[in-house]
Write a new protein. Structure first.
Length: 306
């Protein structure tokens, strides 16, 4: 599925060099296939990096995807230039009169802060409420997943003393579910957070289904019983060197970070990093797009209802 994006978006040239299927808007207008409309609510500080990571994973399917990048209007970004946001992003106010086949709400490095104290919490809650009625399926990632579970179902996060950092293995609990189709008996998930969700809290909620968890990091994947919301607490979209860069950043800040687990070859930061999760990441996003969005979303977006 080609991604339809602006040709001068910084991610365009990098993805093109990686042989990712990208389509300019000019070429897309000559085709009769209705694109899937996907909104990405990007809460990550380094937005350009996250754009590239997610667009790479959304590209490997046979239909067009029309991407809308969304940023918080009530939050000042310290790591992304304002001209980039002005050119390639819309604010939440600009999506409320639209409907989308799918939406992704990313993680954010605010997991140790109470939800209500995050400066854009009220705006995010409005987006999540909007999505329930106007988006066919929403994928929440990491802190975004915890925010969604808290706002919609009252399930709170739990804080740990030592940060979960590294590659942790999870177990699929129902491989018959379309989201886990093709998954191995265990699968690797890049993880970087100080919080977790108890799998038991999801099991005890009649509106949710637990799909995968980890004995170390807790809930990995859950979904709403109506299949309209997916919650993934890991970062399958991470590049091979993302955890390394985070480790170096924290080391240089004097935070004395622990080495990411199951990550560096021979636990040596000077050794090359070997990606173990790329195929899992592509499978997860392909399954989400195909089975939870494309195969079920109404052809007329106006038919999407709560």
């Amino acid at each position: 599925m080609p991604i339809k994006i602006e040709e001068d978006l910084p991610a365009f040239s990098q993805l093109e060099n990686e042989n990712i299927f990208i389509m300019t808007k000019g070429r897309a207008q000559t085709q009769d296939i209705r694109p899937l409309k996907i909104a990405i609510v990007n809460l990550m500080p380094t937005k350009e990096v996250t754009e590239t990571q997610l667009l790479r994973l959304l590209s490997n399917t046979p239909l067009q995807i029309d991407i809308s990048l969304v940023h918080m209007k009530d939050h000042i970004s310290k790591n992304t230039a304002q001209n980039h946001l002005d050119k390639f992003y819309v604010t939440s106010d600009e999506i409320y009169d639209q409907k989308f086949d799918g939406m992704i709400v990313t993680g954010a490095p605010v997991e140790q802060i109470p939800f209500e104290e995050v400066d854009y919490w009220n705006e995010l809650c409005r987006i999540m409420d909007y999505a329930k009625k106007n988006v066919f399926c929403t994928l929440y990632i990491c802190w975004g997943a915890m925010a969604g579970l808290y706002h919609h179902y009252g399930i709170n996060k739990n804080i740990v003393d030592k940060k979960f950092s590294g590659i942790f293995y999870s177990t699929p609990l129902d491989k018959r579910d379309p989201l886990l189709r093709g998954f191995d008996d265990v699968f690797p998930v890049p993880t970087s957070r100080y919080t977790y969700i108890k799998s038991s809290d999801v099991k005890n909620n009649a509106e949710l289904t637990l799909l995968a968890d980890s004995p170390v990091t807790g809930l990995t994947i859950a979904k709403s019983k109506d299949n309209r919301s997916i919650f993934m607490t890991g970062h399958l979209e991470y590049d091979p060197d993302t955890l390394k860069n985070e480790y170096i950043r924290d080391f240089q800040k004097g935070l004395n970070p622990a080495l990411p687990e199951n990550y560096f070859t021979k636990d040596n930061p000077d050794e090359p990093v070997v990606s173990r999760w790329r195929s899992t990441a592509h499978l997860f996003y392909s399954n989400w797009l195909n089975y939870y969005v494309y195969q079920n979303t109404p052809y007329r977006l106006d038919d999407i209802k709560n």
